[in-house]
Design a protein around this ligand. Structure first.
Ligand code: ATP
Ligand code: MG
Length: 569
Protein backbone atom coordinates (compact mmCIF):
# COMPACT_ATOMS: atom_id res chain seq x y z
CA UNK A 1 0.00 0.00 0.00
CA UNK A 2 1.09 3.55 -0.70
CA UNK A 3 0.49 6.43 1.67
CA UNK A 4 -0.97 8.54 -1.13
CA UNK A 5 -3.69 5.92 -1.26
CA UNK A 6 -4.18 5.61 2.53
CA UNK A 7 -6.78 7.45 4.56
CA UNK A 8 -4.90 8.12 7.80
CA UNK A 9 -5.55 11.70 8.88
CA UNK A 10 -2.99 12.40 11.62
CA UNK A 11 -3.36 15.24 14.11
CA UNK A 12 -0.56 17.38 15.53
CA UNK A 13 -2.48 18.42 18.64
CA UNK A 14 -3.73 16.15 21.40
CA UNK A 15 -7.55 16.15 21.32
CA UNK A 16 -8.90 17.61 24.55
CA UNK A 17 -11.62 14.96 24.95
CA UNK A 18 -9.10 12.12 25.33
CA UNK A 19 -7.87 11.40 28.87
CA UNK A 20 -5.66 8.35 28.47
CA UNK A 21 -2.60 7.91 26.26
CA UNK A 22 -4.08 5.17 24.08
CA UNK A 23 -7.17 7.21 23.27
CA UNK A 24 -5.12 10.32 22.50
CA UNK A 25 -2.70 8.40 20.30
CA UNK A 26 -5.36 6.47 18.43
CA UNK A 27 -7.08 9.74 17.54
CA UNK A 28 -3.82 11.51 16.66
CA UNK A 29 -2.45 8.64 14.59
CA UNK A 30 -5.59 8.58 12.46
CA UNK A 31 -6.74 5.18 13.70
CA UNK A 32 -10.21 5.98 14.99
CA UNK A 33 -12.82 8.73 14.89
CA UNK A 34 -15.69 9.25 17.28
CA UNK A 35 -19.18 9.05 15.81
CA UNK A 36 -21.05 9.57 19.11
CA UNK A 37 -20.43 8.71 22.77
CA UNK A 38 -18.94 5.22 22.89
CA UNK A 39 -19.29 4.74 19.13
CA UNK A 40 -16.24 4.81 16.90
CA UNK A 41 -15.29 4.38 13.29
CA UNK A 42 -12.16 2.31 12.76
CA UNK A 43 -10.12 3.93 9.99
CA UNK A 44 -7.99 1.78 7.66
CA UNK A 45 -4.92 1.52 9.90
CA UNK A 46 -6.96 0.48 12.94
CA UNK A 47 -8.96 -1.95 10.88
CA UNK A 48 -5.78 -3.67 9.72
CA UNK A 49 -4.75 -4.15 13.36
CA UNK A 50 -8.23 -5.37 14.29
CA UNK A 51 -8.06 -7.93 11.48
CA UNK A 52 -4.67 -9.14 12.70
CA UNK A 53 -5.88 -9.50 16.27
CA UNK A 54 -8.96 -11.35 15.03
CA UNK A 55 -6.82 -13.65 12.92
CA UNK A 56 -4.61 -14.62 15.87
CA UNK A 57 -7.71 -15.23 17.98
CA UNK A 58 -9.36 -17.25 15.21
CA UNK A 59 -6.33 -19.48 14.70
CA UNK A 60 -6.05 -20.24 18.40
CA UNK A 61 -9.79 -20.80 18.87
CA UNK A 62 -9.82 -23.22 15.93
CA UNK A 63 -6.69 -24.97 17.21
CA UNK A 64 -8.37 -25.48 20.60
CA UNK A 65 -11.42 -27.08 18.98
CA UNK A 66 -13.67 -24.05 18.55
CA UNK A 67 -15.96 -23.70 15.54
CA UNK A 68 -16.79 -20.27 14.22
CA UNK A 69 -20.43 -19.31 13.75
CA UNK A 70 -22.30 -16.05 13.43
CA UNK A 71 -25.40 -15.54 15.52
CA UNK A 72 -27.83 -12.64 15.15
CA UNK A 73 -26.96 -9.47 16.99
CA UNK A 74 -30.66 -8.67 17.26
CA UNK A 75 -32.09 -11.08 19.82
CA UNK A 76 -35.73 -11.77 20.72
CA UNK A 77 -36.77 -10.81 24.25
CA UNK A 78 -38.32 -14.26 24.82
CA UNK A 79 -35.03 -16.11 25.31
CA UNK A 80 -33.89 -13.49 27.83
CA UNK A 81 -37.21 -13.74 29.62
CA UNK A 82 -36.73 -17.48 29.78
CA UNK A 83 -33.33 -17.16 31.44
CA UNK A 84 -34.65 -14.45 33.74
CA UNK A 85 -32.12 -11.87 32.56
CA UNK A 86 -34.55 -9.62 30.66
CA UNK A 87 -35.69 -8.28 34.02
CA UNK A 88 -32.29 -8.01 35.69
CA UNK A 89 -30.02 -6.78 32.89
CA UNK A 90 -31.19 -3.24 33.41
CA UNK A 91 -30.31 -0.08 31.53
CA UNK A 92 -27.13 -1.47 30.04
CA UNK A 93 -29.21 -3.40 27.52
CA UNK A 94 -30.26 -1.67 24.31
CA UNK A 95 -33.89 -2.66 23.73
CA UNK A 96 -35.84 -2.15 20.50
CA UNK A 97 -39.26 -3.04 19.09
CA UNK A 98 -40.12 -4.24 15.62
CA UNK A 99 -43.08 -2.93 13.58
CA UNK A 100 -45.40 -5.37 15.33
CA UNK A 101 -44.35 -4.18 18.75
CA UNK A 102 -42.31 -7.29 19.58
CA UNK A 103 -39.34 -6.65 21.81
CA UNK A 104 -35.73 -7.36 20.97
CA UNK A 105 -32.34 -6.41 22.33
CA UNK A 106 -29.01 -5.72 20.71
CA UNK A 107 -26.91 -8.53 22.13
CA UNK A 108 -24.69 -7.49 25.03
CA UNK A 109 -23.57 -11.15 25.16
CA UNK A 110 -24.86 -14.43 23.73
CA UNK A 111 -25.37 -17.08 26.44
CA UNK A 112 -29.13 -17.22 25.82
CA UNK A 113 -28.79 -17.30 22.04
CA UNK A 114 -26.17 -20.02 21.94
CA UNK A 115 -27.85 -22.15 24.62
CA UNK A 116 -31.19 -22.13 22.83
CA UNK A 117 -29.38 -22.96 19.60
CA UNK A 118 -27.72 -26.00 21.10
CA UNK A 119 -30.65 -27.27 23.18
CA UNK A 120 -32.75 -27.85 20.10
CA UNK A 121 -30.25 -30.18 18.45
CA UNK A 122 -27.86 -31.69 20.95
CA UNK A 123 -29.56 -34.64 22.60
CA UNK A 124 -26.82 -37.15 23.38
CA UNK A 125 -23.53 -37.13 25.27
CA UNK A 126 -22.03 -38.33 21.99
CA UNK A 127 -22.49 -34.84 20.53
CA UNK A 128 -20.44 -33.29 23.33
CA UNK A 129 -18.11 -31.51 23.94
CA UNK A 130 -18.94 -28.60 21.70
CA UNK A 131 -17.30 -25.18 21.41
CA UNK A 132 -18.90 -22.45 19.33
CA UNK A 133 -17.57 -18.96 18.89
CA UNK A 134 -18.06 -15.78 16.92
CA UNK A 135 -16.36 -12.43 16.49
CA UNK A 136 -18.89 -9.63 16.18
CA UNK A 137 -20.22 -6.38 17.57
CA UNK A 138 -21.71 -6.31 21.04
CA UNK A 139 -23.88 -3.54 22.47
CA UNK A 140 -23.91 -2.26 26.02
CA UNK A 141 -25.29 1.08 27.04
CA UNK A 142 -22.46 1.70 29.52
CA UNK A 143 -23.13 4.42 32.11
CA UNK A 144 -19.77 5.98 31.40
CA UNK A 145 -18.41 5.11 27.98
CA UNK A 146 -14.83 6.32 28.01
CA UNK A 147 -11.20 5.95 27.03
CA UNK A 148 -12.05 5.44 23.37
CA UNK A 149 -12.27 1.78 22.41
CA UNK A 150 -11.58 0.73 25.99
CA UNK A 151 -15.20 1.13 27.10
CA UNK A 152 -17.51 1.65 24.16
CA UNK A 153 -21.21 1.14 23.71
CA UNK A 154 -20.64 -0.79 20.49
CA UNK A 155 -17.53 -2.96 20.57
CA UNK A 156 -16.11 -6.05 18.92
CA UNK A 157 -15.97 -9.18 21.02
CA UNK A 158 -14.88 -12.73 20.45
CA UNK A 159 -17.19 -14.89 22.50
CA UNK A 160 -16.85 -18.64 22.74
CA UNK A 161 -19.21 -20.97 24.62
CA UNK A 162 -18.34 -24.51 25.66
CA UNK A 163 -20.79 -27.34 26.32
CA UNK A 164 -19.71 -30.50 28.12
CA UNK A 165 -21.34 -33.58 29.55
CA UNK A 166 -19.84 -33.26 33.02
CA UNK A 167 -17.80 -31.02 35.26
CA UNK A 168 -14.58 -32.75 34.36
CA UNK A 169 -15.24 -32.00 30.70
CA UNK A 170 -16.08 -28.40 31.51
CA UNK A 171 -12.83 -27.99 33.40
CA UNK A 172 -10.94 -29.50 30.48
CA UNK A 173 -12.58 -27.00 28.08
CA UNK A 174 -11.66 -24.23 30.51
CA UNK A 175 -8.05 -25.38 30.55
CA UNK A 176 -7.95 -25.44 26.75
CA UNK A 177 -9.29 -21.89 26.58
CA UNK A 178 -6.92 -20.71 29.29
CA UNK A 179 -4.00 -22.11 27.30
CA UNK A 180 -5.34 -20.64 24.04
CA UNK A 181 -5.68 -17.20 25.66
CA UNK A 182 -2.14 -17.46 26.96
CA UNK A 183 -0.93 -18.16 23.43
CA UNK A 184 -3.05 -15.35 21.96
CA UNK A 185 -1.66 -12.62 24.22
CA UNK A 186 1.86 -14.01 23.92
CA UNK A 187 1.64 -14.00 20.12
CA UNK A 188 0.40 -10.42 20.20
CA UNK A 189 3.57 -9.47 22.07
CA UNK A 190 1.79 -8.06 25.12
CA UNK A 191 2.91 -8.09 28.75
CA UNK A 192 -0.08 -9.71 30.45
CA UNK A 193 -1.11 -11.81 33.45
CA UNK A 194 -3.90 -14.35 33.79
CA UNK A 195 -5.45 -12.97 36.94
CA UNK A 196 -7.67 -15.02 39.24
CA UNK A 197 -10.97 -13.21 39.25
CA UNK A 198 -14.09 -13.19 41.32
CA UNK A 199 -17.12 -14.68 39.64
CA UNK A 200 -19.31 -14.24 42.67
CA UNK A 201 -22.65 -13.96 40.93
CA UNK A 202 -22.12 -17.30 39.24
CA UNK A 203 -20.36 -18.86 42.20
CA UNK A 204 -18.24 -21.90 42.68
CA UNK A 205 -16.54 -21.93 39.29
CA UNK A 206 -13.27 -20.72 37.91
CA UNK A 207 -12.56 -17.40 36.35
CA UNK A 208 -9.46 -15.64 35.09
CA UNK A 209 -9.14 -12.20 33.62
CA UNK A 210 -6.42 -11.81 31.03
CA UNK A 211 -5.03 -8.48 32.05
CA UNK A 212 -2.65 -6.37 29.98
CA UNK A 213 -0.38 -4.53 32.39
CA UNK A 214 -0.62 -0.75 32.10
CA UNK A 215 -0.62 2.05 34.67
CA UNK A 216 -3.80 3.61 33.29
CA UNK A 217 -5.74 0.34 33.61
CA UNK A 218 -8.97 0.18 35.59
CA UNK A 219 -8.10 -3.16 37.24
CA UNK A 220 -6.00 -3.31 40.37
CA UNK A 221 -4.18 -6.61 40.65
CA UNK A 222 -2.09 -8.32 43.27
CA UNK A 223 0.97 -10.05 41.81
CA UNK A 224 3.45 -12.19 43.68
CA UNK A 225 7.05 -11.07 43.17
CA UNK A 226 8.31 -14.65 43.65
CA UNK A 227 5.83 -16.92 41.83
CA UNK A 228 3.26 -16.40 39.07
CA UNK A 229 0.29 -15.96 41.39
CA UNK A 230 -1.85 -13.00 40.31
CA UNK A 231 -5.36 -12.13 41.41
CA UNK A 232 -7.69 -9.19 41.16
CA UNK A 233 -7.69 -7.09 44.32
CA UNK A 234 -11.24 -8.30 45.06
CA UNK A 235 -10.29 -11.93 44.72
CA UNK A 236 -6.76 -12.13 46.20
CA UNK A 237 -6.72 -14.68 49.02
CA UNK A 238 -4.89 -13.84 52.19
CA UNK A 239 -3.23 -15.87 54.88
CA UNK A 240 -3.90 -15.39 58.57
CA UNK A 241 -1.47 -13.04 60.26
CA UNK A 242 -0.77 -14.26 63.78
CA UNK A 243 0.04 -11.69 66.42
CA UNK A 244 2.60 -12.64 69.08
CA UNK A 245 0.84 -14.53 71.84
CA UNK A 246 0.08 -12.63 75.05
CA UNK A 247 -1.51 -13.39 78.39
CA UNK A 248 -5.26 -12.62 78.17
CA UNK A 249 -6.05 -9.58 80.30
CA UNK A 250 -9.56 -8.83 81.57
CA UNK A 251 -11.86 -6.81 79.33
CA UNK A 252 -12.03 -3.18 80.36
CA UNK A 253 -14.03 -0.14 79.21
CA UNK A 254 -12.26 3.13 78.48
CA UNK A 255 -13.76 6.52 77.80
CA UNK A 256 -12.64 7.73 74.36
CA UNK A 257 -14.49 11.01 73.86
CA UNK A 258 -14.95 11.92 70.23
CA UNK A 259 -12.64 9.11 69.05
CA UNK A 260 -14.92 7.72 66.37
CA UNK A 261 -12.26 6.79 63.84
CA UNK A 262 -9.63 4.15 64.23
CA UNK A 263 -6.78 6.68 63.98
CA UNK A 264 -8.30 8.82 66.73
CA UNK A 265 -8.80 5.82 69.02
CA UNK A 266 -5.26 4.55 68.47
CA UNK A 267 -3.91 8.04 69.14
CA UNK A 268 -6.07 8.57 72.22
CA UNK A 269 -5.23 5.24 73.81
CA UNK A 270 -1.61 5.35 72.55
CA UNK A 271 -1.95 1.96 70.89
CA UNK A 272 -0.36 0.84 67.64
CA UNK A 273 -3.08 0.69 64.99
CA UNK A 274 -2.38 -3.06 64.58
CA UNK A 275 -3.83 -3.44 68.09
CA UNK A 276 -7.19 -2.04 67.08
CA UNK A 277 -10.25 -3.62 65.48
CA UNK A 278 -12.52 -1.70 63.18
CA UNK A 279 -16.01 -2.30 61.89
CA UNK A 280 -17.88 -1.76 58.65
CA UNK A 281 -21.67 -2.10 58.76
CA UNK A 282 -23.45 -3.17 55.58
CA UNK A 283 -27.02 -3.88 54.61
CA UNK A 284 -27.99 -6.36 51.94
CA UNK A 285 -30.56 -5.74 49.21
CA UNK A 286 -32.96 -7.61 51.53
CA UNK A 287 -32.09 -5.11 54.32
CA UNK A 288 -30.23 -7.61 56.48
CA UNK A 289 -27.57 -5.98 58.65
CA UNK A 290 -24.06 -7.41 58.28
CA UNK A 291 -21.26 -6.30 60.61
CA UNK A 292 -17.75 -6.92 59.30
CA UNK A 293 -14.65 -6.58 61.48
CA UNK A 294 -11.02 -6.27 60.39
CA UNK A 295 -7.78 -5.15 62.00
CA UNK A 296 -7.58 -1.36 62.28
CA UNK A 297 -4.96 -0.94 59.53
CA UNK A 298 -6.77 -3.31 57.13
CA UNK A 299 -9.67 -2.65 54.78
CA UNK A 300 -12.82 -4.73 54.40
CA UNK A 301 -13.26 -6.39 51.00
CA UNK A 302 -16.98 -6.11 50.36
CA UNK A 303 -16.89 -8.63 47.50
CA UNK A 304 -15.58 -11.29 49.87
CA UNK A 305 -18.28 -10.33 52.37
CA UNK A 306 -20.99 -10.50 49.72
CA UNK A 307 -19.81 -13.92 48.56
CA UNK A 308 -20.36 -15.26 52.09
CA UNK A 309 -24.00 -14.18 52.06
CA UNK A 310 -26.14 -16.67 50.23
CA UNK A 311 -28.84 -15.04 48.15
CA UNK A 312 -27.62 -11.47 48.61
CA UNK A 313 -27.10 -9.53 45.39
CA UNK A 314 -25.53 -6.34 46.66
CA UNK A 315 -24.36 -4.50 49.75
CA UNK A 316 -24.73 -0.89 50.76
CA UNK A 317 -23.54 1.01 53.80
CA UNK A 318 -25.94 0.39 56.70
CA UNK A 319 -28.06 3.22 58.02
CA UNK A 320 -27.75 4.31 61.64
CA UNK A 321 -31.19 3.05 62.68
CA UNK A 322 -30.41 -0.47 61.54
CA UNK A 323 -27.15 -0.36 63.49
CA UNK A 324 -28.86 1.02 66.60
CA UNK A 325 -31.62 -1.57 66.36
CA UNK A 326 -29.01 -4.33 66.54
CA UNK A 327 -27.52 -2.75 69.65
CA UNK A 328 -24.59 -1.16 67.85
CA UNK A 329 -23.27 2.39 67.85
CA UNK A 330 -21.71 3.75 64.66
CA UNK A 331 -18.07 4.66 65.20
CA UNK A 332 -17.85 2.57 68.39
CA UNK A 333 -18.70 -0.92 67.25
CA UNK A 334 -17.65 -4.41 68.28
CA UNK A 335 -19.31 -7.83 68.29
CA UNK A 336 -19.56 -7.66 72.09
CA UNK A 337 -23.14 -6.94 73.12
CA UNK A 338 -24.65 -7.02 69.66
CA UNK A 339 -28.16 -8.43 69.53
CA UNK A 340 -28.27 -12.18 69.05
CA UNK A 341 -29.01 -13.28 65.51
CA UNK A 342 -27.26 -10.30 63.94
CA UNK A 343 -24.88 -11.35 61.18
CA UNK A 344 -21.32 -10.76 62.44
CA UNK A 345 -18.32 -11.68 60.29
CA UNK A 346 -14.82 -11.34 61.71
CA UNK A 347 -11.67 -11.46 59.61
CA UNK A 348 -9.47 -14.46 60.32
CA UNK A 349 -6.55 -12.22 61.30
CA UNK A 350 -8.65 -10.47 63.95
CA UNK A 351 -9.19 -13.83 65.67
CA UNK A 352 -5.43 -14.08 66.18
CA UNK A 353 -5.12 -10.74 68.00
CA UNK A 354 -4.46 -10.35 71.73
CA UNK A 355 -5.51 -7.60 74.13
CA UNK A 356 -6.80 -5.42 71.34
CA UNK A 357 -9.06 -2.40 71.33
CA UNK A 358 -12.58 -2.39 69.88
CA UNK A 359 -15.75 -0.33 70.27
CA UNK A 360 -18.07 -0.88 73.24
CA UNK A 361 -21.27 -0.19 71.28
CA UNK A 362 -21.66 2.98 73.34
CA UNK A 363 -20.93 6.49 72.20
CA UNK A 364 -17.40 7.60 73.20
CA UNK A 365 -16.50 4.28 74.81
CA UNK A 366 -14.09 1.52 73.71
CA UNK A 367 -13.03 -1.78 75.18
CA UNK A 368 -9.40 -2.63 75.71
CA UNK A 369 -7.97 -6.11 76.29
CA UNK A 370 -10.35 -7.54 73.73
CA UNK A 371 -9.37 -11.13 72.99
CA UNK A 372 -11.47 -12.27 70.05
CA UNK A 373 -11.12 -16.00 70.67
CA UNK A 374 -12.50 -15.41 74.16
CA UNK A 375 -14.79 -12.46 73.52
CA UNK A 376 -16.36 -13.15 70.09
CA UNK A 377 -17.57 -16.74 70.62
CA UNK A 378 -20.43 -16.57 68.11
CA UNK A 379 -18.79 -14.72 65.23
CA UNK A 380 -18.42 -16.25 61.79
CA UNK A 381 -14.74 -16.17 60.84
CA UNK A 382 -13.50 -15.75 57.28
CA UNK A 383 -10.95 -14.02 55.06
CA UNK A 384 -12.72 -10.72 54.40
CA UNK A 385 -9.93 -8.26 54.02
CA UNK A 386 -8.57 -6.39 51.03
CA UNK A 387 -5.09 -7.26 49.82
CA UNK A 388 -2.40 -4.59 49.91
CA UNK A 389 1.22 -4.26 48.81
CA UNK A 390 3.57 -6.13 51.11
CA UNK A 391 1.08 -8.89 51.99
CA UNK A 392 2.32 -12.43 51.64
CA UNK A 393 1.45 -14.59 48.65
CA UNK A 394 -1.12 -17.28 49.56
CA UNK A 395 0.70 -19.76 47.31
CA UNK A 396 4.39 -19.33 48.07
CA UNK A 397 4.73 -16.80 50.87
CA UNK A 398 6.51 -14.30 48.60
CA UNK A 399 5.82 -10.57 48.71
CA UNK A 400 2.73 -9.22 46.94
CA UNK A 401 2.98 -6.07 44.88
CA UNK A 402 0.03 -4.18 43.46
CA UNK A 403 -0.05 -3.25 39.79
CA UNK A 404 -2.65 -1.97 37.38
CA UNK A 405 -3.91 -3.45 34.19
CA UNK A 406 -6.61 -3.58 31.56
CA UNK A 407 -8.97 -6.56 31.45
CA UNK A 408 -8.70 -7.57 27.81
CA UNK A 409 -10.35 -10.97 28.10
CA UNK A 410 -12.08 -13.19 30.60
CA UNK A 411 -12.71 -16.92 30.91
CA UNK A 412 -15.49 -18.34 33.09
CA UNK A 413 -17.00 -21.65 34.00
CA UNK A 414 -20.77 -21.32 34.14
CA UNK A 415 -21.76 -24.79 35.31
CA UNK A 416 -25.46 -25.37 34.67
CA UNK A 417 -26.72 -21.83 35.31
CA UNK A 418 -27.96 -21.32 31.74
CA UNK A 419 -28.52 -24.92 30.72
CA UNK A 420 -30.91 -25.39 33.64
CA UNK A 421 -32.76 -22.12 33.09
CA UNK A 422 -33.07 -22.76 29.36
CA UNK A 423 -33.39 -26.55 29.57
CA UNK A 424 -30.35 -27.48 27.52
CA UNK A 425 -30.30 -31.14 28.50
CA UNK A 426 -28.87 -34.33 26.98
CA UNK A 427 -28.95 -38.06 27.71
CA UNK A 428 -25.81 -39.43 29.34
CA UNK A 429 -24.23 -42.88 28.88
CA UNK A 430 -26.92 -44.40 31.13
CA UNK A 431 -29.81 -42.72 29.38
CA UNK A 432 -30.26 -40.19 32.19
CA UNK A 433 -31.21 -36.63 31.37
CA UNK A 434 -28.66 -34.02 32.50
CA UNK A 435 -28.08 -30.31 31.99
CA UNK A 436 -24.98 -29.42 30.00
CA UNK A 437 -21.97 -27.98 31.80
CA UNK A 438 -21.04 -24.69 30.19
CA UNK A 439 -18.25 -22.16 30.02
CA UNK A 440 -17.96 -18.76 28.37
CA UNK A 441 -14.86 -17.01 27.14
CA UNK A 442 -14.69 -13.42 25.89
CA UNK A 443 -12.03 -11.21 24.37
CA UNK A 444 -12.59 -7.53 23.72
CA UNK A 445 -10.91 -7.05 20.36
CA UNK A 446 -10.97 -3.25 20.36
CA UNK A 447 -10.08 -3.09 24.03
CA UNK A 448 -7.11 -5.36 23.34
CA UNK A 449 -5.94 -2.97 20.63
CA UNK A 450 -6.31 -0.01 22.98
CA UNK A 451 -4.48 -1.94 25.72
CA UNK A 452 -1.64 -2.68 23.32
CA UNK A 453 -1.28 1.05 22.64
CA UNK A 454 -1.57 1.91 26.32
CA UNK A 455 1.28 -0.45 27.08
CA UNK A 456 3.47 0.36 24.06
CA UNK A 457 4.09 4.04 23.45
CA UNK A 458 6.55 6.85 24.08
CA UNK A 459 6.53 10.65 23.73
CA UNK A 460 6.60 10.34 19.93
CA UNK A 461 3.71 7.95 19.53
CA UNK A 462 2.68 4.32 19.37
CA UNK A 463 5.18 1.43 19.29
CA UNK A 464 3.27 -1.49 17.80
CA UNK A 465 4.26 -5.02 18.65
CA UNK A 466 5.06 -6.50 15.26
CA UNK A 467 2.29 -9.11 15.22
CA UNK A 468 -0.50 -6.55 15.38
CA UNK A 469 1.09 -3.53 13.69
CA UNK A 470 -1.05 -2.07 10.88
CA UNK A 471 2.06 -2.31 8.71
CA UNK A 472 5.32 -3.95 9.77
CA UNK A 473 7.56 -1.67 7.76
CA UNK A 474 7.28 1.80 6.26
CA UNK A 475 9.63 2.71 3.44
CA UNK A 476 10.25 6.44 3.30
CA UNK A 477 11.88 8.11 0.33
CA UNK A 478 13.27 11.29 1.90
CA UNK A 479 12.40 13.31 -1.17
CA UNK A 480 9.70 11.60 -3.22
CA UNK A 481 10.07 14.28 -5.89
CA UNK A 482 13.54 12.91 -6.63
CA UNK A 483 12.98 10.13 -9.18
CA UNK A 484 16.15 8.24 -8.22
CA UNK A 485 15.21 8.09 -4.55
CA UNK A 486 11.65 7.13 -5.36
CA UNK A 487 12.82 4.39 -7.68
CA UNK A 488 15.17 2.91 -5.07
CA UNK A 489 12.46 3.11 -2.44
CA UNK A 490 10.03 1.35 -4.75
CA UNK A 491 12.57 -1.41 -5.34
CA UNK A 492 12.93 -2.04 -1.60
CA UNK A 493 9.16 -1.84 -1.19
CA UNK A 494 8.56 -4.37 -3.97
CA UNK A 495 11.11 -6.79 -2.59
CA UNK A 496 9.54 -6.64 0.83
CA UNK A 497 6.12 -7.23 -0.65
CA UNK A 498 7.51 -10.25 -2.44
CA UNK A 499 8.91 -11.47 0.88
CA UNK A 500 5.33 -11.22 2.23
CA UNK A 501 6.20 -8.40 4.60
CA UNK A 502 3.33 -6.04 5.37
CA UNK A 503 4.89 -2.88 3.96
CA UNK A 504 3.78 0.67 3.30
CA UNK A 505 5.51 3.08 0.91
CA UNK A 506 5.29 6.68 2.07
CA UNK A 507 5.31 8.19 -1.42
CA UNK A 508 3.94 11.55 -0.33
CA UNK A 509 5.80 14.54 -1.71
CA UNK A 510 5.86 16.12 1.76
CA UNK A 511 8.91 17.15 3.75
CA UNK A 512 10.88 14.26 5.26
CA UNK A 513 10.27 15.64 8.78
CA UNK A 514 6.52 15.31 8.36
CA UNK A 515 6.81 11.75 7.16
CA UNK A 516 9.21 10.77 9.96
CA UNK A 517 6.89 12.30 12.56
CA UNK A 518 3.94 10.37 11.18
CA UNK A 519 5.96 7.15 11.08
CA UNK A 520 6.84 7.58 14.76
CA UNK A 521 3.31 8.61 15.72
CA UNK A 522 1.66 5.69 13.96
CA UNK A 523 4.40 3.45 15.27
CA UNK A 524 5.40 1.04 12.51
CA UNK A 525 7.97 -1.36 14.04
CA UNK A 526 10.56 -0.63 11.33
CA UNK A 527 11.28 2.37 9.13
CA UNK A 528 13.48 2.18 6.06
CA UNK A 529 14.77 5.52 4.85
CA UNK A 530 15.93 6.00 1.30
CA UNK A 531 17.66 9.38 0.95
CA UNK A 532 20.53 11.02 -0.92
CA UNK A 533 22.97 8.55 0.66
CA UNK A 534 21.11 5.71 -0.97
CA UNK A 535 21.66 7.33 -4.34
CA UNK A 536 25.25 8.45 -3.80
CA UNK A 537 26.70 5.71 -1.57
CA UNK A 538 24.20 2.86 -1.87
CA UNK A 539 23.38 3.18 1.85
CA UNK A 540 19.81 2.65 3.03
CA UNK A 541 18.91 3.33 6.67
CA UNK A 542 16.83 0.99 8.87
CA UNK A 543 15.43 2.30 12.14
CA UNK A 544 13.83 0.16 14.83
CA UNK A 545 10.94 2.11 16.32
CA UNK A 546 11.11 0.57 19.79
CA UNK A 547 14.83 0.97 20.46
CA UNK A 548 15.69 3.80 18.09
CA UNK A 549 18.54 1.63 16.84
CA UNK A 550 19.73 2.62 13.35
CA UNK A 551 21.48 0.28 10.92
CA UNK A 552 22.58 0.77 7.36
CA UNK A 553 22.50 -1.68 4.51
CA UNK A 554 23.06 -1.56 0.79
CA UNK A 555 19.96 -1.26 -1.37
CA UNK A 556 20.36 -4.91 -2.36
CA UNK A 557 20.60 -6.12 1.24
CA UNK A 558 17.94 -3.83 2.70
CA UNK A 559 14.95 -6.14 2.34
CA UNK A 560 16.77 -9.15 3.75
CA UNK A 561 18.07 -7.06 6.64
CA UNK A 562 14.53 -5.83 7.35
CA UNK A 563 13.20 -9.38 7.40
CA UNK A 564 15.98 -10.36 9.78
CA UNK A 565 15.24 -7.43 12.10
CA UNK A 566 11.50 -8.13 12.07
CA UNK A 567 12.25 -11.69 13.13
CA UNK A 568 13.62 -10.30 16.37
CA UNK A 569 10.75 -7.92 17.06
P1 ATP B 1 -15.96 -4.71 32.42
O1 ATP B 1 -15.86 -5.32 33.79
O2 ATP B 1 -14.72 -4.01 31.99
O3 ATP B 1 -17.20 -3.89 32.21
P2 ATP B 1 -17.10 -7.15 31.62
O4 ATP B 1 -16.56 -8.02 32.68
O5 ATP B 1 -18.48 -6.67 31.69
O6 ATP B 1 -16.12 -5.90 31.42
P3 ATP B 1 -17.26 -9.34 29.78
O7 ATP B 1 -18.71 -9.49 29.80
O8 ATP B 1 -16.40 -10.31 30.51
O9 ATP B 1 -16.87 -7.85 30.21
O10 ATP B 1 -16.81 -9.19 28.26
C1 ATP B 1 -15.66 -9.84 27.71
C2 ATP B 1 -14.66 -8.82 27.23
O11 ATP B 1 -15.26 -7.82 26.41
C3 ATP B 1 -14.00 -8.04 28.33
O12 ATP B 1 -12.92 -8.76 28.88
C4 ATP B 1 -13.55 -6.78 27.62
O13 ATP B 1 -12.30 -6.98 26.99
C5 ATP B 1 -14.59 -6.60 26.55
N1 ATP B 1 -15.54 -5.53 26.91
C6 ATP B 1 -16.53 -5.57 27.82
N2 ATP B 1 -17.21 -4.43 27.86
C7 ATP B 1 -16.63 -3.61 26.93
C8 ATP B 1 -16.89 -2.28 26.48
N3 ATP B 1 -17.88 -1.57 26.99
N4 ATP B 1 -16.10 -1.76 25.51
C9 ATP B 1 -15.09 -2.50 24.99
N5 ATP B 1 -14.81 -3.76 25.36
C10 ATP B 1 -15.56 -4.31 26.33
MG1 MG C 1 -15.26 -9.37 32.74
Amino acid sequence: MRTTNLYAPTLRETPAEAEVRSHQLMLRAGLIRKAAGGLYTYLPLAWRTIKKIEQIIREEMDEAGGQEVSMPILQPAEIWQESGRWAVYGDEMFRVRDRHGRQFCLGPTHEEMVTTLVRDEVRSYKQLPLMLYQIQNKYRDEIRPRFGLMRGREFIMKDLYSFDKDEEGMNESYRKMYDAYTRIYTRMGLDFRPVEADNGAIGGGHSHEFTVLADAGESSIACCTSCDYAASDEKAELNVIKAAEEELLPLEKKATPGANTIELVAGYLKLPIEKTIKAVAFQTDADELVLAFVRGDHEVNDVKVLNLLEGAIELRMADEEAIAEAGGCAGFMSPIGIKEGTRVIVDQTVMEMYNACAGANEKDVHYVNVNPKRDFPDAAVADIRMVRAGDLCPRCGGIIKMTRGIEAGQVFTLGTKYSEALRAVFLDENGREKPMQMGCYGIGVGRTMAAAVEQNNDEHGIIWPRAIAPFEVVVVPVNAKNPEQLELAEAVYNELKKARVDVLLDDRKDRAGVKFKDADLIGYPLRITVGPKAVDENAVELKVRRTGEILTASREEAAAKAVELLGKL
